[in-house]
Design a protein around this ligand. Structure first.
Ligand code: ADP
Length: 387
């Protein structure tokens, strides 16, 4: 039927008749339109099926009219009980039927279908539905891909958070151990000297005993501190060739935390980067830390933006994270990468020092670009795998 004919038909049903108009409509709507009847004795038949059934079930409408079991037979066995229940319940209560299920078509493809229908009781006790079935496979697959991606991102965020906590704890412990190691060593030396200098007046002089006990305890404490230090020294990391752009993008998404942010993140990723041998979680921990620092620095700024850029420097891949915030506070700029340099009330000042030691363990560098203004810019250079 041409467009002109269609227009005419809709103006005057008598030209083509309501039946022709209905069939044209039904056959051109997306999905399949059909009338299904469930008899009081449990047998069923399809009173009408539009041509859309061929695209969905790969079966001609005439075949289905004769044998509705063809449709039932394509439903996945695990989806069949729910499907039967939904139809029975709609028939019993005359409630709107709406259901989603999967079929395996004769060519072997798996499809998701969604059906809706309005039931009506017939004089002989049977039930008739005017229904519509849509193929929603694309939508379900897109949803599944999104859920899969969200699950992956949530896991990545948890892993980065726990790796960050573990390394912050490790760094804190290591730096306390480092700080108290010197005084303990000095204490042991002083006690040795005191013991050597002390001349006991009698054989059972109590001061000698006390000095000996003090020396034992100081020795013990000094050894504990040494053991703790060695425990938290940077262990071996597993370097695997990685695409830096992928890691950077995952870190941006993880840092954004899924929430709508006041900061615009501008991505400028270089094409054809060489792979870099990296420990994925550790590098992402660094990236998330730098990006979050920028977000925090930009809190309350108008037109806040963070630029995340990657560049190919042949032997190295450079990742630059810059923002247009207030920049690094002059009071800490000289000790920025030292532990406990922080301007934040609840800050630990460990993030940048841990980040630098992670990058250095990858034979790379993490530096502050002192020429960047306004705002702050951190530059990571990671050795490329050119083998
Ligand atoms: P923390 O975030 O716990 O303070 P960090 O080592 O990650 O520890 O950061 C140290 C300090 O460096 C921060 O307290 C902040 O003052 C400063 N800083 C880091 N990144 C930025 C930035 N993008 N803009 C301004 N200051 C920053």
């Amino acid at each position: 039927m041409s467009d002109e004919d269609r227009n005419k038909a809709s103006e005057d049903h008598s030209v083509y008749g309501a039946d022709t108009l209905f069939r044209d409509l039904a056959d051109n709507l997306p999905g399949a339109v059909f009338r299904y009847v469930l008899n009081a004795d449990g047998t069923d038949f399809i009173e009408y099926m539009s041509d859309g059934c061929l695209a969905i079930w790969e079966v001609d409408a005439t075949v289905l009219k004769n044998d509705p079991t063809v449709l039932w037979g394509m439903i996945l066995p695990e989806d069949l009980p729910d499907m039967q229940m939904s139809v029975m319940s709609s028939a019993q209560n005359l409630t709107h039927w709406t259901h989603t299920w999967r079929i395996r078509t004769p060519s072997g493809s798996l499809k998701w279908l969604e059906g809706r229908g309005q039931p009506r009781r017939l004089e002989d006790g049977g039930t008739l539905w005017n229904s519509m079935i849509l193929d929603i496979t694309d939508r379900m697959e897109a949803q599944a891909a999104i859920s899969e991606r969200d699950r992956g991102l949530a896991m990545l965020r948890r892993q980065i958070a726990s790796a960050s906590k573990a390394s912050a704890l490790g760094a804190l412990t290591a730096s306390i151990a480092h700080e108290v190691n010197q005084p303990f060593a000095a204490l042991v030396n002083y006690l040795h000297a005191a013991k050597n200098l002390h001349k006991p007046a009698t054989a059972d002089d109590p001061v000698s005993g006390i000095l000996g006990d003090a020396l034992d305890q100081a020795d013990r404490a000094s050894n504990i501190v040494k053991r703790v230090r060695s425990l938290f020294e940077q262990g071996d990391i597993e370097l695997v060739p990685n695409d830096v752009n992928v890691l950077v993008e995952e870190a941006v998404v993880a840092a954004e935390g899924g929430a709508a942010h006041h900061v615009t993140v501008v991505r400028d990723y270089a094409e054809n980067l060489p792979q870099c041998p990296l420990d994925r979680l550790e590098i992402q921990q660094v990236l998330v830390n730098l990006i979050r620092n920028s977000f925090e620095a930009l809190d309350g700024s108008d037109e806040a933006s963070v630029l995340v850029r990657t560049r190919n420097l042949n032997d190295f891949v450079e990742v630059r994270i810059s923002d247009n915030g207030p920049g690094i506070d002059a009071a800490i700029v000289d000790d920025l990468f030292e532990p406990f340099s922080t301007t934040k009330p609840g800050g630990t000042g460990l993030g940048l020092s841990i980040s630098r030691s992670i990058i250095e363990a990858h034979n790379g560098t993490l530096t502050l670009d002192l020429n960047h203004s306004p705002g702050a810019a951190f530059v990571i250079a990671l050795p490329a795998d050119l083998s």
